[in-house]
Design a protein around this ligand. Structure first.
Ligand code: SAM
Length: 315
């Protein structure tokens, strides 16, 4: 089987010159030019022949070709028409790659349905197949890609991706640190997360301004089982971190405005022994999960709704 050409600076500049283009910043087009790191990214995904791999950002197809050799099927998505065309030429000899030319997101909170349906089609081929995400992600949409996938109907068993180091730090954030926030809590509540490698800007062309990281995220269904209503939990955590500097009580009062009265909010916080000076960012994840569940139950009690929603969703 033919190999996709080796992705070096000279190769990339030549191909871009041929079509008279420059990499598009808006689409996060920073190509990984260190072959060892492309290999490390693929290796860290621990692919097997039962895997359907979703790649977001085909680029010139260098990672795509590598993962296609290790997996049952690859669904790869590219927004840029020129890159889609060039990668199609590079990858034409692979019969287990399905390329989609489109925006992977329908909007910030939703994956495009064609992507979901294509992945489902490949998963349905064999009951042993599982989904893994492996990609050098476009950095500007890395957060919605990771969170939307975890909340989607095609939750991957793992996600191994290159992202901004600053984002990797936020995913790994510990209670009380500046990185600890809604993203850390969502990711760590559902997954085991590990930074595999920090990467300097010089391993990309063009060079980004920031450091990057390969992160390996393994979904944990047993952790998910501890969260009775994932959508509510996601909305709650985002709301509780919307005003980082405020005390938890005032954030909760505004998050539940129109749904819970101040005494009803206080009742929940007192039940958790959280005083007036408590801040969400100091609490470990288990306590935040407990707080979320107690607020959810309070809402069920007050509104009589079985599946209450947070009225004031932020972010
Ligand atoms: N996989 C290549 C590599 O490793 O060198 C390219 C990675 S580059 C960081 C990100 C790629 O995602 C670019 O090719 C870009 O055009 C594509 N992209 C950006 N936004 C996208 C979107 N919304 N949907 C699909 N692809 C997107």
């Amino acid at each position: 089987m033919a190999q996709p050409a080796r992705q070096t600076i000279s190769y990339l500049t030549r191909r871009f010159q041929e079509v008279g283009l420059n990499p598009n910043k808006r689409h996060g087009q920073n190509f990984l030019i260190d072959l060892n790191l492309i290999k490390l990214l693929a290796k860290s995904a621990k692919l097997t022949e039962n895997d359907v791999v979703l790649e977001i950002g085909t680029g010139m197809g260098s990672l795509t070709g590598l993962i296609a050799k290790q997996a049952a099927a690859v669904v790869t998505v590219e927004i840029d028409a020129h890159l889609f065309q060039m990668a199609s030429e590079e990858l034409e000899e692979f019969d287990n790659i399905e390329m989609l030319h489109q925006d992977v997101l329908k909007n910030k909170n939703t994956f495009d349905s064609r992507v979901i349906e294509t992945v489902k089609k490949h998963l349905a081929v064999d009951e042993n197949r599982v989904l893994k995400l492996c990609a050098n992600l476009p950095y500007n949409i890395a957060t919605p890609i990771l969170t939307n996938l975890l909340l989607s109907e095609i939750v991957p068993v793992s996600m191994t991706v290159t992202i901004q180091k600053e984002l990797a730090d936020r995913i790994m954030g510990a209670p009380g640190s500046k990185d600890y926030g809604a993203l850390s809590i969502l990711m760590q509540s559902l997954c085991d997360c590990e930074i595999v490698r920090i990467m300097s800007p010089k391993v990309f062309w063009p060079r980004p301004k920031v450091e990057s990281a390969i992160i390996h995220i393994v979904h944990r269904p047993d952790k998910l089982a501890r969260i009775p209503d994932l959508n509510f939990f996601h909305a709650f955590v985002r709301a509780m971190f919307f005003h980082r500097r405020k005390f938890m009580r005032s954030v909760a009062i505004s998050a539940f405005k129109g749904q819970l009265t101040k005494p009803q909010v206080d009742e929940v916080l007192e039940g958790l022994h959280l005083g007036a000076d408590a801040r969400t960012e100091q609490l470990p994840i288990e306590r935040i999960q407990e707080m979320c569940e107690n607020f959810r139950r309070q809402l069920i009690k007050v509104t009589g709704e079985e599946k209450p929603m947070l009225a004031n969703q932020s972010g």
